[in-house]
Design a protein around this ligand. Sequence first.
Ligand SMILES: NC(=O)C1=CN([C@@H]2O[C@H](COP(=O)(O)OP(=O)(O)OC[C@H]3O[C@@H](n4cnc5c(N)ncnc54)[C@H](OP(=O)(O)O)[C@@H]3O)[C@@H](O)[C@H]2O)C=CC1
Ligand SMILES: [Cu+2]
Length: 454
Amino acid sequence: MPELLCIFGTGDLGRSLGLRLLQSGYRVVYGSRRPHSCGPLPQGAQVMSHAAAAQSASLIFICVHREHYDFLETMASHLERKVLVDLSNNLKKGIYPEANAAYLQRLVPGAAVVKGFNTLSAWALQNGLLAGKQVHLCGNSAAAKQAVAEMATKLGLTVLDKGSLSAARELEDFPLQLFPEWRLPLRVALGLMAFFFFYLLIRDVIYAYVEQEQDISYRIMVSLANKVFPIVSLVMLSLCYLPGVIAAFLQLYRGTKYSRFPDWLDRWMLCRKQMGLVALGLALLHAIYTFIIPIRYAVRHKLISRVVDEMKNNKTTPFYFDDTEAWGTDSFYVLGILGFFLYVLLGLTSLPSVGGTLSWREFSFIQSKLGHLTLFICTAHGYIYGWNKFLRSSTYKWYTPPGYMLCLIVPSVVLVLKVILLLPCVDRTLTRIRQGWERTKPNEETGTSKATNL
Ligand SMILES: NC(=O)C1=CN([C@@H]2O[C@H](COP(=O)(O)OP(=O)(O)OC[C@H]3O[C@@H](n4cnc5c(N)ncnc54)[C@H](OP(=O)(O)O)[C@@H]3O)[C@@H](O)[C@H]2O)C=CC1
Ligand SMILES: [Cu+2]
């Protein structure tokens, strides 16, 4: 006979959890305030009063909001020696002085409370999106935790033990976090965008207005945006590879890999993927913005008015083929296309479903070798853009360097550092360090090792 599990509460979560448990081969009994009118439940589940349901099972899921926990105190005698799983979440951090699970344990001291599953959603349970999902558990009774962990494994979940019930607070705060690993990359991207936008606004629009009394503020919409996006994209892509390079230099400097990186570097390393994806998004915007250039009114007007001018004045300027310009623009576009293609490739392999099919060697080849190649190609794309501009006109003053000049500094630095790391002698040392070699090498004569590999 399959094991019988009990669920208190017939709400959204209770129903979805019951359905999933039934599909995993358990029997389910619901405890409800109104067992005869609680609406449709998953097929095969029984429903009774709380007390009767608790009697028949040893493991009880509390799928009730914390605000209604008080009824559990009145039936504490029925819950003696039961395992109570607390799945509750709060709407905000710190509304209650103690964690929900600690509160539950206080109401029912005779039971073993386990906190967990609160990061799952009714929706994911209902749609069977559980495979490989990680759940955290904590509780004071090891046996109770063990029982819950076994059940979770049967549901296809991966269990992570977070220790005693005092960790419940942390677990309850988890679902309240909104994309924690995206916060830093998005802040950096917004900061950089704001900086370059205002810089270009002053330099291109306001400067032209003051100096030449020309109102070209319409350029904010497309031209300015189409400079800000590629600039920030390139800087973000560099920032995605910079921490790896810094870490390598730090290892070289320390001569060992067995010491922790500073916190800021750790945090930076952990959001590289998100940095790269933000960069990819901006590169995509840049590509789309570039496509609409020929159909813009301002561009068409400029071309047509030049022809009309010449017809009116009845003279034609010599129209010859500039070989340098042809090479310059073509290589600019080709590098842009190749760079964007590699960008997309990097983005695709960062998806778990694609990255999971790659071996570690393949993954690191794509993310590191191909990643730096992407950075190189995109930086070259930027340099050629600057070069073409320089060929066509150079009315720019030295004190107003174009935006792309500023942004090219960052990727150039990263690339130079990467080239240094690729020098055979540096590369050899780094490989040895990463294989566990330390500067205080074992003393070969006596055969004793001073280095500890910990
Ligand atoms: N929905 C979700 O995706 C998730 C929910 N959770 C947590 O699970 C818990 C339940 O959430 P959810 O199912 O969405 O909520 P619902 O409001 O859908 O359901 C709550 C259930 O609790 C019971 N209940 C309500 N009032 C009382 C009361 N005064 N005394 C006793 N029982 C009562 C009712 O069942 P009955 O009428 O049968 O007694 C009701 O169906 C919450 O703590 C929530 O934070 C956690 C993770 C995800
Ligand atoms: Cu470009």
